[in-house]
Design a protein around this ligand. Structure first.
Ligand code: NDP
Ligand code: OXD
Length: 311
């Protein structure tokens, strides 16, 4: 009988433990689950979030895998005490949420919704119809589970979508680029830029003063990836100069975003509190249970993190 330890917050435990145990039962897995490991050496799997108590994995000598409830694993991937496989979360529910967040904020910019709402002042102004989607190029940095899904949804709406990834790849409906030259081309062409990259040493400050300057003047940025992708001072300067017309930011170097942070009061910044896409218990439970089944059957895990690449 595999032993499962939940190392997450109390709220996460309350939301995720019942559907995970149910999904395990559906797979014929009889699981012994605990909040506290009385015998760490007997634990087979740890359901992990950075909000939980476990940060030293050394006592878990029999661990078969750490199963992250989060998609982003930057707070665990470099942990030297974790030698067992690490699997990140790829959850259809989370992906659907990200598609909706990105599509909604792209459409806000595309349709000029802020100006539309502000212009209801009694004066009839015809002739201000926005361009159609096929006149707008959206850049997506990161073509993984989330970037590819968001890009696909935007392409289905008619937008021209040009994406960028570490390795060359093909995503239906998208123009896909890679490498430094590919990045510069995406930045030059994107009227709206969406950043869905993981936080790694390579992506730290990817959007710095030089690369922000490559964007079309008046470009918009939507960042539901990680705060570390953008040099904050460079972004604030680009917003002040009009090089970047507006930014919608969901993730930050420090979370919660401190009350005095300039992003809060900036007229051209929309702050959302890391809500772009939550892991959904029902669908995520299937992913966790499937990985436990695979571990018990000696099959390869789903969504295993490449520790060298950092995601
Ligand atoms: P994936 O691992 O599936 O995809 C990551 C993408 O980034 C891949 O296309 C990868 O390239 C690319 N990439 C990684 N490093 C580089 C690099 N150095 N240069 C160019 N491209 C690079 O991740 P997901 O799509 O599932 O998630 C992306 C991120 O979204 C997460 O890491 C997390 O930070 C964030 N997130 C935010 C949430 C929120 O609510 N705000 C919710 C969930 C996730 P390649 O294809 O070649 O591997
Ligand atoms: C995640 C997140 O990584 O919520 O899952 O940001």
């Amino acid at each position: 009988m595999p032993d499962l330890l939940f190392s997450c917050s109390d709220d996460e435990h309350a939301a995720f433990a019942p559907p995970i145990l149910e999904a395990c039962r559906e797979r014929g897995l009889d699981i012994r689950a605990a909040r506290v490991a009385l015998n760490p050496a007997a634990v087979d799997y740890i359901v992990f979030t950075p909000d939980g108590p476990v940060s030293d994995f050394a006592p878990f000598t029999g661990l078969k895998a750490a199963l992250s409830l989060w998609a982003g694993v930057e707070r665990i991937v470099g942990n030297p005490s974790l030698t067992a496989p690490l699997c990140r979360m790829v959850d259809p529910g989370l992906t659907a949420g990200m598609v909706e967040y990105v599509t909604g904020h792209v459409l806000r910019y595309h349709l000029g919704l802020d100006a539309v709402l502000a212009a209801q002042d009694g004066e009839w102004r015809p002739g201000l119809a926005p361009p159609l989607a096929d006149h707008r190029t959206i850049g997506i940095l990161g073509l993984g589970a989330l970037g590819a899904a968001a890009g696909g949804a935007l392409a289905a709406l008619g937008f021209r979508v040009v994406g960028w990834s570490r390795r060359p790849k093909q995503v239906e409906g998208l123009e896909c680029l890679s490498g430094e030259a590919g990045l510069i081309e995406v930045l030059m062409r994107a009227g709206i830029l969406v950043t869905l990259l993981p936080a790694t040493p390579e992506t730290e400050n990817l959007l710095d003063v030089t690369r922000l300057a490559v964007l079309q003047r008046g470009a918009r940025i939507i960042n539901p990836g990680r705060g570390s992708l953008i040099d904050e001072a460079a972004l604030l300067a680009a917003l002040d100069s009009g090089q970047v017309a507006h930014a919608t930011l969901d993730v930050f170097r420090t979370e919660p975003l401190p009350p005095g942070h300039p992003f809060w009061a900036h007229p051209n910044v929309t702050v959302t509190p890391h809500i772009a896409a939550a892991t959904r218990p029902g669908s995520a439970a299937q992913v966790i249970a499937e990985n436990i089944r695979r571990g018990e059957a000696g099959e390869p895990f789903l969504h295993r993190v490449d520790r060298g690449a950092g995601y």
